[in-house]
Design a protein around this ligand. Structure first.
Ligand code: HMG
Length: 469
């Protein structure tokens, strides 16, 4: 069998934008630099009132299938990764499949559908599932559709509010992929952690500072575990290193940790020794705090070396460009980072075919995973086909009060129509109704202007009858 990997990718951003420096910072009475420099996020994408994880995912999947000239019969599996699901039983993939059946010929009755949960890492886990399904020869010549879709919204005044975001990434996993081939080797760092939880509640409960430490600890374990199967990793091995990006400042920390690990006991460490000394070794210290302090000092010094900044600018900075404009998309975030890096290569007319990526995924709860990818010959055409720049340009710029009301509409309003100031239904799939069933809001996504509309309306009627409204 030829290699398996990502053959196509589509990105749909939420259609609203909240400017963190200009709009959010003044409302929070904070310096804009905290957002632009500290966290590294300039603006967040938020979902308009007629958007949700279903509509964003379905719109991404629809464009992907159309662009690739695929039929529903070509898809044998649909996995949705999300931590914004609204049903503990019926998976989001069934809603998305229903939307696609509304606009394409045929149906997806033959397709295996599911929903993956492990915080942000479940997007990568869904790719793994698809990879294994294809490698096992169970796909009958069909490809898998993986959709990472999330509304990463936080409660008012939660420190996480600054890292909000919403969007979907749809990916086609297939043999002989156009974009990247996945390595067989993987490394894991996994432990029972409770720093970020959503126990049947709309907004996460987060211990933000601890979550940063847990991310770094699990990422370090994953890197070491990856090396145990793939051999030592060195800075020059990888053209880009995309990480899960809750906010770019987090990636700066992860990059520093990874670089320090990669250069230990190498000629790079030796060459830097005259400038900043050698890395502290734990065995040379009697107490842990003294060791940690020495590591902090070494990292501070390393950060300012030309050697590190050149590596960072070349390998890491391109991966966080997009995240800085859209915020955290949870399950989609590391896939946004990969796309951001490849878009950077395309903009600079650099041919990265055959080059390697080291991809660091992460999910709270907590687990990190690392694997390598090899860029394939078709990457450029696929990345050139993305229209994310146009989507970003077209976003509606929210003022602070509009941002708060929009979020409240998503979680607390029974009817979209009464609060839908921004409604612009140019996307094929939009929410048109919310039904209250069993104390839950059930959004119904309609494919605007399609023949199935009538059919869907009768479904709405049936659902309404079932709920007694
Ligand atoms: P905070 O208390 O608002 O911010 O919380 P801060 O005071 O720590 O400042 C943030 C950074 O800005 C700091 O940089 C400041 O120094 C700097 P650092 O010291 O860390 O390098 N700063 C400034 N820089 C320049 N000029 C200024 C200025 N002021 C401050 N004037 C926190 C930050 C991340 C805790 C918060 O946003 C939060 O709780 N976020 C949500 C949790 C999160 O994203 N955690 C990340 C790791 S966990 C993860 O990635 C998983 C996740 O995606 C979920 C999942 O897997 O499902 C979240």
């Amino acid at each position: 069998m030829t290699g398996v990997g990502i053959d196509a990718i589509e990105i749909r951003t939420g259609k609203l934008a909240l400017d963190l420096a200009e709009t959010f910072a003044p409302a929070m009475d904070e310096a804009p630099e905290k957002y632009t420099k500290g966290l590294g996020v300039r603006s967040s994408s938020l979902p308009d009132v007629y958007e949700d994880i279903v509509t964003m995912g379905a719109n991404a999947a629809r464009r992907l299938l159309e662009r690739k000239g695929l039929e529903l019969d070509d898809i044998g599996r649909i996995d949705v990764a999300t931590e914004s699901a609204f049903d503990n039983s019926k998976p989001v993939s069934t809603y998305i499949a229903g939307c696609l059946e509304g606009v394409f010929e045929g149906d997806l009755h033959h397709a295996n559908k599911g929903e993956r949960k492990f915080a942000c890492i479940s997007g990568t886990q869904s790719i793994d599932d698809a990879y294994n399904w294809i490698q096992a020869g169970r796909n009958r010549g069909r490809a898998a559709l993986v959709i990472a879709t999330d509304m990463a919204l936080y409660a008012r005044d939660d420190p996480g509010e600054a890292t909000q975001g919403a969007g979907a990434v749809a990916m086609l996993i297939d043999t002989d992929p156009a974009i990247v081939e996945l390595s067989k080797e993987q490394g894991y760092g996994s432990a029972d952690e409770t720093d970020f939880l959503k126990p049947n509640q709309q907004f996460p409960s987060v211990d933000g500072k601890r979550s940063v430490q847990v991310y770094l600890a699990r990422m370090r374990e994953a890197l070491t575990d990856y090396e145990s199967v793939a051999g030592d990793v060195r800075p020059e091995d990888f053209r880009y290193v995309p990480f899960h990006t809750p906010f770019p400042g987090m990636v700066k920390k992860a990059a520093m940790l990874t670089y320090r690990h990669m250069i230990r006991d190498t000629e790079i460490e030796d060459e830097l020794a005259s400038e900043i000394g050698r890395q502290p070794r734990e065995e040379a210290f009697e107490d842990e705090e003294a060791f940690r302090e020495a590591v902090r000092e070494y990292m501070d010094a390393l950060k300012s070396t030309d050697r590190y900044t050149e590596w960072y600018d070349r390998t890491i900075a391109p991966t966080i460009e997009l995240a800085g404009q859209v915020g955290n998309w949870y399950t989609g975030s590391v896939h946004v980072a990969r796309a951001s890096a490849l878009a950077h290569a395309a903009e600079n007319d650099e041919d990265v075919t055959g080059k390697h990526l080291l991809v660091g995924s992460y999910g709270s709860g907590a687990q990190a995973e690392g694997h390598a990818e090899t860029v394939q010959a078709g990457w450029r055409a696929e990345i050139d086909a993305l229209d994310i720049d146009d989507q970003l340009e077209a976003r509606y710029d929210l003022d602070f009060a509009e941002g708060t009301s929009t979020r409240d509409t998503h979680f607390f309003a029974a009817r979209v129509s009464s609060l839908a100031w921004f409604k612009r239904r140019e996307a094929p799939f939009v929410i048109t109704k919310r039904l209250r069933r069993f104390e839950r809001l059930l959004s119904v996504a309609l494919a605007v202007g399609t023949a199935r509309r009538k059919n869907l309306f009768s479904r709405v009627k049936r659902a309404r009858a079932g709920s007694g409204r």
